[in-house]
Design a protein around this ligand. Structure first.
Ligand code: SF4
Length: 334
């Protein structure tokens, strides 16, 4: 029996990449999926970009390879060659990195080309014609990226020239409407097709503000710094010191788990309240301020002294402070 031709697919949890995979399977290809994880998309945020990736791969019956872009992604984010979208999303540079990772898998398994669920004109930054070409060129995949959903609207790719795929089997979907995708989902028997993905955390305006603050104050943030961005209320005390207050029990536990040597954790002694975390170079100078904000977010009565427990490197101390007023602490809020 003739061996099936191999193709690699960049798979997100979204509908478009599912459809792209199915279109290739229907043309007889053996599809291997590559899911890319970044510090800003951990596959379980529920926002769409990597949501339920394992379930999606199983549903499609494809092999799944996961690639994590960590430090190199953070390095790129300091100064992306093609800039940012409306948040802090460096979509073009990000897609280049993703396709490079896909190319590696493509070469490893001997696939002929790579596909993605990109739709011409769907996303303002990375899915217009020139951006798609830039991504191809910079990832070293010129002519080897097939976008099945919009393929007939794009220049012919190498697999088409080589006769591996027929142009008439590709789609002509353009823009943001999802009508045709929903029709295809029905045709392919996909149950409960996911909503349109919103992009990763970097597209979230509130998250982008925090992320910009971090990158403006730290030369190279760590993944721990980035994980902290995902939880709590954030405050910038000075160039080198920031403060985070948990908003619920889960975040309190996460703050404890993310605390590093040198960080200080705060908790009110006699009232129900948050855990907060102080990190930076001028900790001593900011202890009172941090304690006063922690007390402010607790159930302690207003305008009264309260005791806050400080924990640094497994050593606990106590401090008595007066709650800070709202206008005072809001000046530090990021
Ligand atoms: S939204 Fe943009 S930056 Fe975020 S994962 Fe998608 S392409 Fe990358």
């Amino acid at each position: 029996m003739e061996e099936k031709k191999k193709v690699v697919a960049l798979l997100s949890g979204g509908l478009d990449s599912r459809l792209a995979v199915k279109m290739m399977q229907n043309q007889g290809f053996d599809v291997t999926a590559v899911a890319i994880k970044t510090p800003f998309c951990d596959f379980d945020c529920g926002r769409g970009c990597g949501f339920e990736i394992r379930e999606t791969a199983d549903m499609l019956g494809v092999d799944l390879k996961t690639v994590y872009l960590g430090d190199e992604y953070i390095e790129m984010l300091k100064n992306p060659k093609h800039g940012f979208g409306s948040g802090m999303n460096p979509c073009i540079d990000c897609r280049v990195m993703m396709f490079k990772a896909g190319k590696q898998v493509m070469e490893n398994i001997g696939a002929d080309f790579i596909i993605s669920g990109e739709v011409l004109g769907q996303r303002p930054m990375s899915q217009h014609g020139p951006a798609l070409r830039t991504i191809e060129k910079e990832s070293g995949l010129e002519g080897k990226i097939v976008r099945p959903l919009s393929g007939r609207l794009l220049p012919a790719t190498q697999p088409e020239v080589d006769g591996l795929i027929k142009r008439e089997d590709l789609g002509m979907i353009r823009g943001r409407t999802r009508k045709e995708q929903m029709r295809l989902a029905k045709e392919f028997g996909f149950e409960n097709p996911p909503n349109a993905g919103g992009g990763c955390l970097l597209t979230d305006p509130k998250f982008a503000i925090r992320a910009k603050d971090l990158f403006n104050h730290i030369e190279t943030p760590t993944t721990n710094d980035i994980d902290l961005l995902k939880i709590g209320r954030h405050f910038r005390f000075d160039q080198k010191t920031k403060f985070i207050v948990g908003r619920n029990q889960d975040e309190n536990e996460m703050l404890k788990a993310l605390a590093l040597p040198g960080d200080v954790l705060f908790e009110t002694k006699d009232h129900v309240g948050p855990i907060s975390l102080l990190r930076g170079q001028d900790i001593e100078h900011n202890l009172k301020l941090a304690a006063a904000i922690t007390l402010r977010y607790s159930d302690a009565p207003k305008d009264q002294q309260g005791i806050v427990i400080l924990e640094k490197d497994n050593t606990k101390t106590e401090i008595s402070v007066l709650q800070i007023s709202e206008p005072e602490y809001l000046q530090y809020r990021i």
